[in-house]
Design a protein around this ligand. Structure first.
Ligand SMILES: [Fe+2]
Length: 309
């Protein structure tokens, strides 16, 4: 597999993604920096060369969309296992365990939930408070109201945009992630997800602020604020300042792609090289249901990026 060459200048942060023909499918870029739509390919009957090309495409585009593809749960799991050897079983979100699919997380808001229901309207890398966060996730839309978009932002382009002084700063700090902070700081709407239950999970980890992507070697700014507790060892006020600096990066429009979901669409994302944000401010109590699977590996965890000298 040819890994994409990583740019090392500010100008080249705009990667110039181009339409790419793979053996079983084609990827059409959504922006010059991040995101592409997959056309063609049989996800229900994947071969080894399909899997190899899908890995290459995900590392290159960061997030891949399939329009109206309606993947089966088995296909979602098989796609996930292309990227990691373990399927995620979510620690607190509902799953399809009763239906025989404990690895399928259900992201649902029903009309009866009202507006106080789990929102993910904050930039995050999924489950970053684990020692081995997900390598990727795939989200399959079932019921999607108008306005419930998802946004992704490139964490590699974010690093590239940092001036040299800030690159050095972030390369030399680690960050404490804690799932309890997510629940305390964001709108999880009560229900089963209580701070007391989450506290018992003790789901916390310390990761470098700039990680070396395990497949491409590219530096990724791994500081989306979803699970962030503190810059390790920093006074809390200084920590908040540094985290705020980092969180100015994902909001830069040139680093983003936004997907307006239609039923049947899927998105696969690189959970290290991108972070994401669930736009939910306007959907109120409308019904929304998506399914997610994700993969991780014992052998893959966020390692520090050490710049070649
Ligand atoms: Fe997420």
């Amino acid at each position: 597999m040819n890994s994409p060459q990583h740019p090392d200048t500010l100008e080249s942060a705009f990667y110039g993604l181009e339409k790419t023909e793979y053996r079983h499918f084609t990827v059409i870029p959504r922006t010059p920096v991040i995101g592409g739509v997959i056309e063609g390919g049989d996800f229900e009957n994947m071969t080894d060369d399909f899997a190899e090309d899908l890995r290459d495409a995900l590392w290159k585009f960061g997030v891949l969309f399939g329009l109206g593809r309606n993947l089966s749960f088995d296909a979602m799991k098989n796609v996930s296992l292309i990227f990691g050897d373990r399927l995620e079983e979510h620690s607190f979100a509902p799953t399809l365990k009763e239906q025989g699919h404990p690895e399928v997380t259900v992201i649902e808001r029903s009309k009866s939930d009202g507006e106080n229901k789990l929102d993910v309207d904050f930039w995050h890398h999924d489950v970053s408070a684990r020692a081995h966060p997900n390598i990727m996730s795939i989200l399959q839309a079932d019921v999607v109201p108008f306005g419930a978009d998802t946004m992704w932002s490139s964490a590699t382009a974010a690093y590239d945009l940092l001036p040299e002084g800030l690159k050095l700063l972030f390369e030399n700090i680690t960050v404490d992630h804690d799932t309890l902070y997510t629940v305390l700081r964001h709108n999880f709407g009560g229900g089963d997800i209580t701070p007391e239950k989450i506290a018992m999970l003790q789901e916390k980890a310390t990761h470098p602020a700039v990680i070396r992507h395990h497949a491409t070697g590219a530096p990724c700014l791994f500081v989306a604020n979803g699970y962030i507790k503190r810059v390790s060892g920093y006074d809390v006020d200084l920590s908040e300042l540094v985290i705020k600096l980092a969180n100015q990066l994902p909001i830069i429009p040139e680093l983003q792609v936004r997907h307006q979901w239609c039923p049947g669409d899927f998105a696969i994302w690189d959970n290290f090289a991108t972070c994401h944000y669930g736009v939910s401010g306007h959907i109120g109590a409308q019904h929304r249901r998506l399914y997610r699977t994700a993969a991780w590996s014992e052998s893959v965890k966020p390692e520090p990026f050490i710049r070649p000298r």
